[in-house]
Ligand binder design. Structure first.
Ligand SMILES: Cc1cc2nc3c(=O)[nH]c(=O)nc-3n(C[C@H](O)[C@H](O)[C@H](O)COP(=O)(O)OP(=O)(O)OC[C@H]3O[C@@H](n4cnc5c(N)ncnc54)[C@H](O)[C@@H]3O)c2cc1C
Length: 384
């Protein structure tokens, strides 16, 4: 049996960021256990790569205020690219209720120190993007430092930096059982057994199964999300931001020489479904052509479309921090669609909590596991 100071179960972007932040803070004996033969086969490799600070709850805004500048300076800090492209997020409101919602969010975002967000008039949206059907767009909000990253590259960057300085990534090792006594965990994997005083659950959509190994019922459910990339298309500008049609949640952004289309089907039900459903193409193209009439000419190859899993919690906020029932067992789970954009902040928060028991990045009690039992859930409504 070998030992580590901290064992991280799951080598996606969240586990990798925690490994980076722990090593950067001086804790080098970190072991990341990943069941696949390569990183990125979970949600991280399926992500749309959107990063934004335009949220409705202060804690989500604060996590983005750490994470987005981190991504902006990623290559400088880690010597590895993450391909941050600050092309913005443009929310398009199609009712006064949407606009009031965006205004309330804008006020919170500015109060917390977000500098580049602004409300925009319907006419400005019409003149910026005449290709949009904008007769019903009453206004919107835009933040120029929101944008996109390459999640795979960021994950590899975090892990490479950490591995070069002492951390170990063990691939092809599935955690299959955890026992704990007298402040020590023994984690059995398909390769061997490792002992550690601290364990971090970073298993993404599979995190409830890891929590069950120590007798915890973690409220994280997998929910399928499908993305459709288009073939090359030049009738819409490639400098465009992520554009969100608030009337139905359809959103899209430039990707390569084409566009990446997303829409969260409200009929989707929880489960480990990762097959792409061909019928989804027609559903999304209908919404695409409704908002962007030239998208009627889009070509799509269904074989290039894919599905992945969101890790949903009941209040659409992550569960971060130490278990109230199993000391030194930590959660970094349930990002509800925001795990890439919040990975840098999560790494810092978890590293702080593991090494010192506190963090000044957020009020960590807001996102702890106990909030469910104590009736302190906080709902995020700006979920895409
Ligand atoms: C279609 C789609 C679009 C998305 N778009 C965005 C977006 O635009 N912006 C954004 O911020 N987020 C987005 N997300 C969400 C984001 O991808 C996730 O929140 C994030 O990747 C979670 O990272 P993770 O490291 O926690 O999980 P994962 O990347 O899933 O990593 C968990 C790892 O744990 C491993 N594992 C599981 N069980 C075990 C075990 N027993 N033993 C060892 N290893 C194990 C898995 O193999 C996996 O590698 C999107 C997700 C999807 C599916």
């Amino acid at each position: 049996m070998h030992t580590a100071d901290v064992v991280i179960i799951g080598g996606g972007i969240v586990g990798s960021s925690i490994a980076y932040h722990l090593v950067a803070a001086g804790c080098k004996n970190v072991l990341v256990i990943e069941r696949e033969t390569a990183q990125g086969k979970g949600s991280t490799g399926k992500s749309m790569g959107g990063v934004r600070a335009q949220f409705s709850t202060p804690v989500n805004i604060q996590m983005s205020l750490y994470s987005i500048p981190f991504y902006a300076s990623f290559e400088e800090r880690l010597g590895y690219p993450c391909d941050y492209r600050p092309q913005g997020y443009l929310f398009c409101a199609t009712s006064n209720t949407h606009m009031a919602y965006l205004r309330a969010n804008y006020e919170k975002q500015v109060a917390l120190g977000l500098k580049n967000v602004r409300l925009v008039a319907g006419d400005e949206i019409r003149s910026l993007f005449p290709q949009l059907r904008a007769d019903d767009i009453v206004g919107g909000s835009f933040c120029s430092t929101d944008g996109f990253v390459d999640p795979y590259s960021a994950m590899i960057g975090f892990m490479t930096w950490a591995s070069d300085r002492g951390a170990t990534l063990q691939k092809n090792a599935t955690a299959i059982g955890i026992s704990h006594y007298e402040g020590c965990f023994e984690i059995a994997t398909t390769r061997d057994t490792v002992s550690a005083r601290t364990v971090v659950n970073c298993a993404g959509p599979w995190s409830a199964g890891i929590a069950r190994m120590v007798g915890i019922d973690l409220p994280v459910e997998p929910l399928r999300r499908m993305l459709v990339p288009t073939e090359p298309f030049d009738q819409f500008p490639h400098s465009a931001p992520m554009i969100i049609d608030m009337s139905n949640g359809f959103h899209f952004r430039p990707e390569g020489r084409g566009f990446l289309l997303a829409w969260n089907d409200p009929k989707e039900t929880p489960g480990y479904k990762t097959d792409f459903e061909p019928a989804f193409i027609e559903k999304i193209l209908t919404r695409a052509a409704d908002r962007v009439p030239v998208f009627e000419n889009l070509a799509v190859n269904p074989k290039r479309a894919w599905a992945g899993l969101y890790e949903m919690t009941p209040d659409h906020h992550p569960i971060l921090g130490e278990s109230p029932d199993v000391p030194r067992f930590f959660f970094a789970n349930g990002f509800s669609g925001h795990g890439v954009m919040h990975a840098p902040a999560t790494g810092k928060i978890l590293s702080d909590l593991i090494l010192t028991g506190e963090t000044d990045l957020i009020d960590a009690s807001l996102l702890n596991f106990a909030r469910f039992a104590e009736g302190r859930t906080i709902h995020e409504t700006a979920v895409l």
